[in-house]
Design a protein around this ligand. Structure first.
Ligand SMILES: [Fe+2]
Ligand SMILES: [Fe+2]
Length: 137
């Protein structure tokens, strides 16, 4: 399965958030590495847990910044995060039951959702934060 690679167009202009997005991509790639055979199912479940934990940490970072600076679209953005978290958790349960076939389905979902979310939703706050958060933070 093709791995996800970082592109400059994914940058939202806030260094901490870009670092977290890159790390989310790394976790997806780790999952791709582990999703081949059923004997790897323990590694798959560990990596899915890592994804859920790190996604939660990342969403909290974004939402706290939105709260702090009064980002107007925080409500709908939070809903997107909740949707991702719930769906990933549900798919993870299926993946643990059915192993590698579902692991590839979940990888497709993670790749698609994260790249689209960064490009369509996170990108909307790029201009908003640009004026408020100093570069390099
Ligand atoms: Fe994000
Ligand atoms: Fe987001």
């Amino acid at each position: 399965m093709e791995k996800v690679s970082w592109k400059d167009e994914y940058s939202v202009g806030v260094a901490k958030i870009d670092r977290q997005h890159r790390h989310l991509f790394e976790i997806i790639n780790k999952l791709i590495d582990h999703s081949g055979t059923s004997k790897d199912s323990e590694l798959v479940s560990e990596t899915l847990t890592e994804m859920l934990n790190y996604a939660k940490e990342h969403f909290t970072t974004e939402e706290e910044l939105m709260q702090e600076y009064g980002y107007p679209e925080i409500g709908s953005h939070k809903e997107q995060h909740i949707y991702f978290f719930k769906t990933t958790a549900e798919l993870s349960v299926n993946a643990l039951n059915k192993q590698s076939m579902v692991a590839s389905e979940i990888v497709e979902f993670l790749k698609m959702w994260l790249t689209l979310h960064i490009l369509k939703c996170d990108m909307k706050y790029k201009e908003f934060f640009k004026a408020k958060i100093p570069a390099g933070v």
